[in-house]
Ligand binder design. Structure first.
Ligand code: MN
Length: 254
């Protein structure tokens, strides 16, 4: 199996190296990841400057690549004929910090998996639900297990998986839940502060709030010490709203 891995925490992140070592047991793994942390860059791509790759040595002596591009750029490069060629699977992570609810929209980690889905390649994003220095071992093991499951069953086209692993020891993990994207969002998002010269500045911050703790949601699984596997599709069309809008009778105003 040929596997491409990337992340948004950077080529030197411990989560990427843990993922690399684990997936190496399944076949050829190529790491192409941002040269610096790019968390919360979403699905940004680079259009107006050159993309460069710098060879770096992976723990097993093989060659990986640091890119000046975003996680989505790394996937586009990694599935191209120019760099490595088409992989059978793309895995993005292991991210330090959960990607639950609305985080999925901001996440560079999730965007990389989405880019792979756009390219027609099975993929998943995987994150550990802790911002502290996490033990990536359990998530790395689960990534290898899930990669084998995907190789066996395949994924629907234009869909991918968003995986979050609770930051507990393997013995404490209660199991695996297939979940929906939850309604986690942030409150008090913007702090207004004053710099030493009296100028006002703002800092994006805020506390994560799970509005609903709805059963079957991604955050609910993590709170129950279960691995959350959320199926995601590229098509974000709101079917119900199509029906609502048909009642509006929208027309060009004359
Ligand atoms: Mn990150």
């Amino acid at each position: 199996m040929r596997i491409l891995i990337t992340n948004d925490d950077g080529i030197h992140a411990a989560g990427l190296l843990g993922l690399y070592s684990s997936l190496r047991q399944l076949g050829k793994v190529t790491a192409i990841a941002p040269e610096r942390p790019r968390s919360a860059c979403g699905h940004a791509i680079t259009l107006h400057k050159p993309l460069r790759l710098r060879a770096v040595q992976m723990p097993d002596g093989e060659t990986g690549y640091a890119s000046n591009g975003t996680p989505a750029d790394c996937v586009a490069l990694g599935v191209s004929d120019h760099v490595g060629g088409r992989p059978d699977l793309v895995v993005s992570g292991i991210n330090l910090g959960p990607n639950l609810g609305v985080d999925m929209t901001y996440s560079g980690t999730v965007a990389a998996a989405m880019e792979a889905a756009i390219c027609g390649i099975p993929s998943f994003a995987i994150s550990v639900a802790s911002y502290e220095k996490a033990d990536f071992g359990p998530a790395a093991d689960f990534a290898r297990y899930l990669a084998k499951e995907i190789a066996e069953h395949g994924l629907r086209r234009a869909s991918f998986l968003n995986v979050n692993v609770p930051a507990v020891s393997p013995a404490e993990i209660e199991g695996v839940s297939v979940t929906r994207q939850g309604r986690v969002r942030y409150s008090n998002r913007i702090e207004k502060r004053t710099d030493p010269r009296g100028g006002v500045y703002y800092w994006l911050t805020g506390e994560r709030v799970d509005q609903s703790r709805q059963p079957g949601g991604d955050a609910d699984a993590i709170a129950s010490k279960r691995v959350s596997v959320t199926p995601v599709r590229l098509d974000v069309t709101d079917e119900a709203l199509i029906e609502d809008l048909s009642d509006w009778g929208l027309d060009w105003p004359r």
